[in-house]
Design a protein around this ligand. Structure first.
Ligand code: BDR
Ligand code: CA
Length: 310
């Protein structure tokens, strides 16, 4: 059997972050070495509490550390319209049996990288604040990062402004630093994640698995779909799970290498990720951008992951 890929989860759970973590925890191909919370869809207090509850529900046995209180430079903006006031509204979750260690998120990341004999893959599914803080404070550890499989951006459009996707818009300076770092990036942006749809009939398949995690996942999907249905989506786009699925089953995805720049200025385009799809600039590619997926295969992965808790 091949050795599992060591990963660090970094997110702002969040319904789709939570489902991404469910997928990671259930896969024998991945080994979660640490978890960090980031200020994103809600305040750092709320996303950390949600991380604690999600880790408790899923039985993730890894150190958790709390992220910075805000983006590197920008003012924080939350997304209560998508995830609710708690940041993870919907089903009742267990009270935490997991508590943050006494280290800032970037210090836990550094510790995990230092202690790991092999390079570790980062899986950020929120703003890139913690990853940028790691690169700023410990540039010497860059070589210990195998790659970054992240959800954020989009090379054709945004979802929080016409040009910018939420995770990148919350902390564009952090994203800019990460994309210019030279660390290999796999970018699951809106180009693919808006097609990573779980349809209402799929919710019922997951609910019918009839285990405590599957029931919560079905409720999360219902809740998440509630917001997206009003925008015309045919299902719940489980954005963040694509960043994990791309590690487990890359054959389900169509990826193209290109240079991606992050716009930090601009009257209309702050937070946009500009993908040089036709290699028009002098820049060598810095990212593998995921553009398409086998939707049924993706839903199959999520369903299998939920079934593993039976
Ligand atoms: C991203 O924003 C958050 O609301 C989701 O969890 C996802 O990470 C999608 O734009
Ligand atoms: Ca997220």
């Amino acid at each position: 059997m091949t050795k599992p890929i060591p990963i660090l989860l970094d997110g702002d759970p969040g319904h789709d972050d939570a489902m991404a973590w469910m997928l990671a925890q259930s896969s024998p191909l991945l080994e979660i070495r640490g978890v960090t919370s980031v200020c994103g869809n809600q305040t750092i207090e709320k996303t950390t509490y949600n991380a604690q509850r999600v880790m408790t529900l899923l039985g993730i046995d890894a150190p958790l550390a709390k992220g910075r209180t805000g983006p590197l430079i920008a003012e924080h903006m939350a997304a209560p319209s998508v995830h609710g006031e708690s940041g993870l509204d919907g089903p009742v979750l267990p009270e935490p049996a997991v508590f943050p260690v006494d280290l800032p998120a970037c210090a836990l990341m550094a510790k995990v990288l230092e202690e790991s004999p092999e390079p570790v893959t980062l899986v950020p599914t929120g703003p890139l604040t913690n990853v940028a803080s790691l690169l700023l404070t410990r540039p010497d550890l860059k070589g210990k990062i195998a790659g970054i499989s992240m959800m954020g951006g989009g090379v054709t459009h945004g979802n929080w402004t016409p040009a910018a996707e939420f995770n990148i818009l919350v902390d564009p300076e952090a994203a800019d630093l990460v994309f210019r770092s030279g660390v290999p990036i796999t970018m699951a942006g809106l180009d693919v994640t808006e097609k990573a749809l779980v349809f209402p009939e799929d919710f019922e398949t997951i609910r019918a698995l009839d285990n405590p995690v599957a029931s919560v996942v079905a409720d999360w999907l219902e809740f998440f779909y509630g917001f997206h249905r009003k925008l015309g989506y045919a299902g719940a786009p489980v954005h963040d799970a694509v960043a994990v699925a791309a590690l487990i089953a890359p054959e389900l995805f169509h990826m193209e290498e290109m240079y991606v720049a992050v716009e930090t200025q601009g009257t209309y385009c702050r937070g946009a990720t500009i993908g040089d799809r036709y290699h028009l600039s002098d820049h060598a590619p810095n990212a593998r951008v995921i553009l398409d997926l086998d939707r049924e295969g993706f839903v199959g992965l999520l369903t299998k992951a939920a079934a593993s808790y039976s």
